[in-house]
Write a protein that binds this ligand. Structure first.
Ligand code: Z5A
Length: 225
């Protein structure tokens, strides 16, 4: 398997910072990303929040197609839609923001494709890695916060919030368990980038852990530059 380019903070004095938040359905990614942005903003570190699939007009339209339970598509068609949304997100939002020196948090990115389409749907992981690399032009996150929660807990949270069906959230429990164990496997493979957080705890406890990981990473980067 090809090694990832690991972030070297010392080589990136003026470059922005790209952090992703990943995890299964209902892990609390959106909630955490918003709270982190608020805390960091108050501390003088403004954050740009973005998400996948979405983040651009094209991404938002592709999102409604790929999640639409009325539409039939095979697993590779589903993958291409996520990749097209990602290519647009990288080109129109992420690369310009990184070049402008911003601190960016993306709710989902390439690890979601490996976890959902690779481990969940069973598609070839090496091919997905190559396609991710093409869609992103080689962009990898500097740091990833992986929220780990048992699949049934995450699904109970999202179902308590809304009963609206979507093609992926409505897959069976075994699918979501494969996705979660895929995410954990990715965390062991890329321990230098992906930090696992127990997200079955209260929101405030998850936030404290995440904030300390991010602040430590940002402080180390500042010391190195
Ligand atoms: N997908 C894919 O298959 N391949 C890809 O490459 C990409 C994505 C990029 C996106 O839909 C779907 O696309 C997703 C993966 C797939 N699967 N599905 N379905 P989405 O963006 O709508 O779904 P999501 O990313 O899973 O978001 P979510 O369901 O909203 O989950 P979340 O962002 O992790 O959770 P949340 O919105 O912050 O919280 C959910 C509820 O739990 C909410 O009521 C919170 O108040 C509550 N919550 C949050 N944290 C806690 C804690 N700590 N305790 C208790 N309750 C909590």
């Amino acid at each position: 398997m090809p090694a990832e380019q690991v972030s070297d903070p010392s080589s990136k004095r003026d470059r922005g910072v790209f952090i992703t938040v990943e995890g299964g359905d209902g892990a609390g990614k959106t909630t955490l990303a918003r709270s982190l942005a608020e805390c960091l903003g108050r501390a003088g570190r403004p954050v740009r929040l973005t998400f996948e699939p979405g983040g651009t007009e094209l991404g938002v339209r592709l999102r409604s197609l790929v999640l639409d339970p009325e539409l039939e598509m095979n697993d590779w068609m589903e993958t291409w839609l996520f990749l097209a949304a990602r290519a647009s997100h990288v080109h129109d939002v992420l690369l310009p923001a990184i070049a402008a020196g911003e601190l960016i948090f993306s709710d989902r990115f390439t690890d979601s494709t490996l976890a959902y389409q690779g481990y969940g749907r069973g598609l070839d992981l090496d091919r997905l890695r190559r396609l991710n690399a093409e869609a992103t032009n080689g962009l990898t996150p500097d740091l990833t916060l992986l929220l780990d929660v048992p699949a049934e807990v995450g699904l109970a949270r999202t179902r308590a919030r809304s009963s609206v069906a979507d093609r992926i959230g409505d897959a069976d429990l075994a699918f979501h368990e494969r996705v979660n164990s895929g995410f954990r496997g990715l965390a062991s493979e890329h321990a230098e980038r992906i930090r696992l957080i127990d997200a079955s705890r209260a929101e405030s406890e998850v936030l404290i852990d995440a904030l300390s990981i991010v602040n430590e990473w940002l402080d180390a980067r500042e010391r190195a530059t």
